[in-house]
Design a protein around this ligand. Structure first.
Ligand SMILES: Nc1ncnc2c1ncn2[C@@H]1O[C@H](COP(=O)(O)OP(=O)(O)OP(=O)(O)O)[C@@H](O)[C@H]1O
Ligand SMILES: [Mg+2]
Length: 237
């Protein structure tokens, strides 16, 4: 195992097939990469090339067909579901295109939920959720339900939920896909701020070159493989 100091995640020859025989899809056909702590990475490529599948595999949400994934020197590809749950609950946050907020809960209740389900006390969970909402500029809206917030505000609540447990990495799958340009810029500024101030590592799947331009690194995929990589000196911390 080659675990470098500033390396957060390393994967080698990750393959993922869906189905068997004739109907089999080779969604990932041998992906190897490493992610450094504090890095902000964009993953780009045509629809169906395997971006979401890669994100699901690297975060342990989905199992691999073959290959290895090491997260801070731990073999994620060998972990049982329960261990992966714990790892995600302590070290990872997730942001999706459609926010995935629970409609009947208020902003603060949505944000504190992951802490409560990890066994944190209600008072501590509430305190941390309030802080996280403060970080995304939504403290005033803490008792609003998602339906009474704009798309950008809902996505900021989702970001607060993703960062409430101080994860080392946040995985974002087209986080601004449902937002207009102006709101996209606000969410991007927030992501940049969190990357700078908290050193949170971000991996952002996007179709938008504008989003990719704020990252420190762009990984281009096609047909289940990484085909190109570009460093961007202007982005990241
Ligand atoms: N659960 C699944 N069952 C079967 N095939 C799947 C499943 N998930 C993804 N695939 C297939 O795997 C390939 C990669 O899909 P994936 O969702 O990773 O693409 P993507 O790059 O995220 O595309 P998009 O930009 O449209 O979101 C596609 O051919 C897709 O049809
Ligand atoms: Mg996708």
């Amino acid at each position: 195992m080659n675990h470098k100091e500033d390396e957060l995640l390393h994967c080698s020859d990750v393959k993922k097939n869906f189905g068997r025989g004739e109907g089999r899809t080779e969604a990932l056909r041998g992906v190897s990469l490493s992610l450094l702590q504090g890095e902000m990475t964009a993953i780009m490529g045509p629809s169906g090339c395997g971006k979401s599948t890669l994100l699901h595999c690297l975060s342990g949400m989905d199992t691999l067909t073959s290959g290895e994934i090491w997260f801070k020197g731990q073999a994620l590809h060998q972990m049982k579901e329960k261990q992966k749950d714990i790892l995600r609950g302590t070290s990872m946050g997730f942001v999706f295109q459609n926010y995935n907020l629970i409609p009947v809960l208020t902003a603060v209740e949505n944000v504190e939920l992951p802490l409560l389900s990890q066994g944190e006390s209600p008072s501590e969970s509430r305190k941390k959720a309030m802080e996280a909402l403060g970080k995304v500029g939504l403290y005033e809206r803490r008792f609003h339900k998602p339906a009474h917030m704009s798309g950008g505000q809902q996505q900021r609540v989702a970001i607060a939920r993703a960062l409430v447990h101080n994860p080392q990495i946040i995985w974002a799958d087209e986080p601004t896909g449902a937002l207009d340009r102006e709101t996209t810029d606000k969410v991007l500024q927030l992501i940049q701020h969190l990357n700078h101030e908290e050193g949170t590592t971000f991996v952002i799947v996007t179709h938008d070159p504008h989003i990719a331009s704020i990252t420190s690194r762009i990984i281009y995929m096609d047909s289940g493989k990484v085909i190109h990589e570009k460093r961007n000196d202007g982005g990241g911390i």
